[in-house]
Design a protein around this ligand. Structure first.
Ligand code: PLP
Length: 428
């Protein structure tokens, strides 16, 4: 596979941008090789500047759920742009996006639109601290909640890929109120509450962690978090920036029947343009300025193009049967990958939910960050390249998930599985 142009662009980009990229995992550091510079994409397929085409299972880290350059979304953005790109004033389309989200996500009665998942999580935690009058937050090792200082402790995916525990430049004071325990470790959560019964403002969690590969909550883990938060007067915050509108229209909270106090959204709800949102009960959300005393603002928040793209994307995944089809596809991928890996004699784990799947070269299911870290990441890197060489673009890190779009049909999945059978043999 010729990647001359990508190589040349990488040299140029590295002079101008750290690592040549705008976000670290894109640099291929954990898998090695040349990151592909993308020229265009359509449906399930992306094409690099050397003319190589790949079936894309990154989908802009989950933001693209309808498939690349979906004509309905492109048209919605085109139409919105023609009417003015940004106003810094309210629009009717924001109401429509908010109405759709409120109709789908059980915990959300009222929400605020922001421009990224990072902002959504940062703002939700500020609100939780204001509402409880407490400072401490409890998070789980390997769960990612964006790159705000307070949640950059033990933050999974991008951070884990770089092999550093947190980040330089985060003052000790910024994480002094952040407690970190292992995902699925209820005893540790109980101990944290017992030791500080009236100090924890919020427990923040990815209900289906997708930044340490794809992990899964034990039965009752999330409902027990709900009970503990209620018992100790803390708020439960679900970071559904990935799982929202991807494991079902109501996210993980609907799937598990556990309703958090606050929910963070991002990725899918922007249809590929920059959007985030956080929401909860009207009572809580009325604490946000200008109604309440919690300040949070954004010059481009609720941007008309992003809102139009998000609304179009949500409309495309709303018809009945869409998520049954997603789930059938992701389950098929998981089941057949597992069978093929077993045939090749490889230790292997998979998970699937809605339009999301995960894989790990591991003997044991991924229940925590320690499990994810213990997986064979060197083998993942070789598997990644064996797949890339066959035209399958997986995440360039073993700490990330796989993402489906409406454009990934049986043909694409057949191709994925066929390539995987060869790749497993190659890395065995
Ligand atoms: C991607 C992600 C974020 C951060 O969103 P950005 O838009 O990258 O700032 C937060 N939480 C989770 C669970 C994510 O996957």
């Amino acid at each position: 596979m010729r990647v001359n142009r990508s190589k040349r662009l990488l040299r140029r980009a590295r002079q101008l941008m750290p690592g040549g990229v705008s976000s670290p995992v894109r640099a291929f550091n954990s898998v090695g090789g040349t990151p592909r510079f993308i020229a265009r994409a359509s449906g399930s397929s992306i094409e690099d500047v050397d003319g190589n085409r790949y079936v894309d299972y990154v989908a802009s880290w989950g933001a693209i759920i309808a498939g690349h350059a979906h004509p309905v979304i492109v048209e919605a953005v085109r139409r919105a742009a023609a009417n003015g790109i940004s106003f810094g004033a309210p629009t009717e389309a924001e109401i429509e996006l908010a109405e759709r989200i409120v109709a789908c996500v059980p915990s959300i009665e009222m929400l605020r639109l922001v421009t990224s998942g990072t902002e959504a999580a940062m703002s939700a935690l500020r609100l939780a601290r204001a509402a409880t009058g407490r400072d401490r937050i409890l998070k789980f090792e390997g769960c990612y909640h964006g790159h705000a200082d307070a949640v950059l402790a033990a933050a999974g995916s991008g951070v884990a890929t770089l092999g550093i525990p947190g980040s330089a430049g985060v003052p000790a004071a910024a994480v002094a109120d952040t407690l970190v325990v292992a995902f699925n470790d209820l005893a540790a959560v109980e101990a944290a509450f017992t030791a500080r019964p009236d100090e924890i403002a919020a427990v923040v969690v990815e209900p289906i962690p997708a930044n340490m590969g794809l992990a899964w909550p034990d039965v009752d883990f999330l409902s027990r978090l709900r009970e503990l938060c209620d018992a100790f007067g803390s708020l439960l915050v679900f970071d559904e920036v990935i799982s929202g509108f991807r494991v079902g229209l109501g996210g993980a909270q609907e799937r598990f029947g556990v309703t958090p106090d606050l929910t963070c959204l991002g990725k899918v709800i922007g249809g590929g343009l920059p959007v985030g949102a956080y929401g909860g009960s009207a009572r809580l959300m009325q604490r946000i300025a200008p109604v309440g005393d919690v300040y949070q603002a954004g010059t481009l928040a609720g941007n008309p193009l992003a809102v139009a793209a998000g609304l179009a994307a949500l409309e495309l995944i709303t018809p009945p049967g869409v998520f049954d089809a997603f789930e059938a596809s992701s389950l098929r991928i998981a089941k057949e990958l597992e069978a093929a890996a077993r045939e090749a004699g490889l230790p292997f784990q998979t998970r699937a939910a809605g339009a999301l799947f995960g894989l790990a070269f591991s003997e044991t299911p991924v229940r925590s960050f320690a499990d994810a870290a213990a997986a064979d990441h060197d083998r993942y890197g070789r598997f990644f390249h064996a797949m890339l060489d066959q035209g399958i673009y997986l995440a360039p890190s073993g700490y990330e998930a796989g993402f489906l779009t409406l454009a990934h049909g049986d043909g694409e999945i057949d191709q994925l599985l066929q390539a995987a059978r060869r790749a497993f043999k190659k890395v065995a």
